[in-house]
Design a protein around this ligand. Sequence first.
Ligand SMILES: *Cc1c(COP(=O)(O)O)cnc(C)c1O
Length: 353
Amino acid sequence: MSRNDDAGYHFASDNNAGICPEALAAMLEANASGHVPSYGDDEWTKRACDRIRELFQTDCDVFFVFNGTAANSLALAALCQSYHSVICHEISHVETDECGAPEFFSNGSKLLTVKGDNGKITPDGLERMATKRNDLHFPKPKAVTLTQSTEVGTVYTVEELRALAAIAKRHRLNVHMDGARFANAVAALDVHPSEITWRAGVDVLSLGGTKNGIPVGEAVVFFNKDLAEDFAWRTKQAGQLASKMRFITAPWLGLLDNDVWLKNARHANAMAKHLAARISNVRGVKLMFEPQVNAVFAELAPHLQKGLRERGWRFYTFIGEGGCRLMCAWDTPQETVDRFADDLTALASKRPK
Ligand SMILES: *Cc1c(COP(=O)(O)O)cnc(C)c1O
């Protein structure tokens, strides 16, 4: 059986991966230009904004912040007053992994959680929460946030998004999308990016790049430009305006040119599919969700988990609905997937001690 200590690849998270070559090349190229205006007043940032507008085929407003927590919480803060609330899934990143940042940056907008299978908000759940109370003792629902792809590696279909957005519009809720893994969703659904955003009724998107191959920085994309009013000031006040902005936006260009973002996402998704196929029939392994993007969630018998960890494999057990999360990235080699599956298969064929 192998030991994975020195192999350099494992399944802890797609943000454990490095920078993809195209993003790194773009960053180095930006560094070769001597002195350049700061705070986003540069060529790379202008081009990155234009490329995102082209990508979505619409005249959206684009901002860049350092990470996904800032993108989500500042976007939601732009949609809400302090006395408002945001409807989200109970296992959403905004609820479980942002240390109260959405509430903090909105000065107190409350998150209202709803349940739903496969990490997804249902039309019923949204309708019920949106209409639960309308008295002034309860924080008024003003936004809904949908994670695409979800925290458990599933995706909302175009029809599901349209149905949810229609309910949101009926109740005057703004629609935010947490797209930390948006690229993986586009790759999985094989749709145009506009189809699962503004054409479906999404007002604001947190567009992730970090997990897709850039070093740092996420985009906040306002399809509803009225909601972007003063957002630049919001990012500055929150400490999220990079002075050397070109080193965030040049890597973005590296991702966007020649559809590298899609190539990276397709690879990560394919590796997860391969991993799922290799381990789903192993004794002591039970897949928890159909892996639609780059994550495999599985219940692994304790002796299997222990054996894998002893062999140097890393993965989390507390994310989403629990179980083991095996995350593939833009750079996950198929041989690593195979070695992991071989180890798991070998462990399962031994008698548990
Ligand atoms: C990774 C992730 C984010 C962003 O997290 P940061 O660590 O703040 O960059 C946001 N939403 C989801 C669903 C994520 O998986």
